[in-house]
Structures are given as C-alpha cells and as structure tokens.
Design a protein around this ligand. Structure first.
Ligand code: SF4
Length: 191
C-alpha cells in the first residue's frame, strides 16, 4: 500500500507531497503532469517565474503559497544538495518548506526506508485507537515507532491514513461498520 499521489521520481514525490496540503491527492494528480512537463528537473523549477507556477497549481488551493514554496524548495535543493533529493530525515527536514511529515513520506515511498508520516489522519486514528495519548506529531511518531517493528512502519502509516479517510472520519467515524470497534477504546463514538 502506498500513496495515491502520482510520481515518477523522488523529486516529483517531494513536490507533489508539498502540493497535497489542504487538498486531495486526485486534485494534485490533475496538475502534476503539466507541472513536470513544464519543469522536469529541480533546476528548471528553481528558475521558474512564480506567477507561471501559480497558474499551473492554481486548482490545488493556497496556490500562491504553494507555488512560492516549491520554487524555493527547488532552489534550495539545487543549492545545497546539487538537485538530488537526500535520503535521510535530518537532511530532508533542512530543505525549505519540508516538514517531518513530508520528509517521512519521501523516505518511505521514494527511498524505501522505514518511516512513519504523521498527518492529521494518523494522529486522530492512533489517538482514538489508544495507540498514543500524545497530540504532538513528533511524540505520536515516537509512540507508534515504539509499538511496531521497523519493517511495518511505512505500511502502518499509509494504512492509518487510508483508514482515517475511509472509515474513521474526523467528524463522522463509521464506528457501527468498523472492524476495530470491539478493540477501539475511544469514548466518543457516535450512537
Ligand atoms: S470504532 Fe470508530 S473511532 Fe474506533 S477506529 Fe473504528 S471508526 Fe474509528
């Protein structure tokens, strides 16, 4: 099980993960082919006019911030890493606009290293299932890493994200149809 974002290289995954904030993967998949056709490699995007990038990523929402972010990210990647996406969490989070969640997605998906990306779904579902009592994403990540063997980290993260989207919705969790209902200690299940 992997991300629903379309990508061909670690570089493309890095960019589409940044674009996926506050929108759906489907929406990102609609704009990314044109984006990478226009700017195939980091130096191309680093040299792009932000306004031109805005026009391409417009429908993903927050387009001004996202366009500026991916152009700055490309420039940073070229300047400090020769345009090559790093393979460690420490280096990835040094990149402009790349947080721990995005870095973990790239590590797990693009490079195949064990990593747990904690997004809003992972945080919510892990909390409801009693896998963590933390709300800070770094602490949630640590708690999950302590509970599961390394070889399951990446898959766990993707499964929790999908489960949060499909079943354990933020506002309307489908508890009556949930296979984990008997194990789930969350006290606020809807009647
Ligand atoms: S029982 Fe409800 S709250 Fe618990 S995991 Fe399933 S959907 Fe989420």
């Amino acid at each position: 099980m992997g991300t629903a974002l379309d990508y061909r290289t670690p570089w493309e995954l890095l960019v589409v993960t940044v674009l996926s904030a506050q929108t759906t993967d489907e929406m990102v998949n609609k704009v990314s082919p044109r984006l990478f056709e226009t700017y195939p490699a980091p130096p191309d995007l680093a040299g792009a006019k932000v306004a031109d990038v805005e026009a391409i990523v417009f429908s993903t929402g927050f387009y001004r911030q996202k366009a500026a972010a991916i152009v700055a990210l490309a420039a940073d990647l070229v300047d400090r890493f020769g345009g090559v996406v790093p393979q460690t969490l420490e280096e990835l989070v040094e990149l402009k606009g790349v947080g721990r969640k995005t870095a973990s997605v790239v590590l797990a998906e693009a490079w195949g290293y064990p990593a747990i990306a904690v997004d809003t779904h992972v945080k919510r579902v892990a909390g409801r299932l009693g896998l963590t009592s933390a709300t800070d994403p770094v602490k949630v990540e640590q708690d999950l890493k302590a509970l599961y063997p390394r070889q399951r980290w990446s898959e766990l993260s993707m499964r929790l994200i999908q489960f949060g989207r499909d079943v354990c919705d933020a506002r309307r969790p489908a508890c009556s149809e949930c296979e984990l209902d008997g194990l789930c200690p969350w006290p606020d299940k809807p009647e």
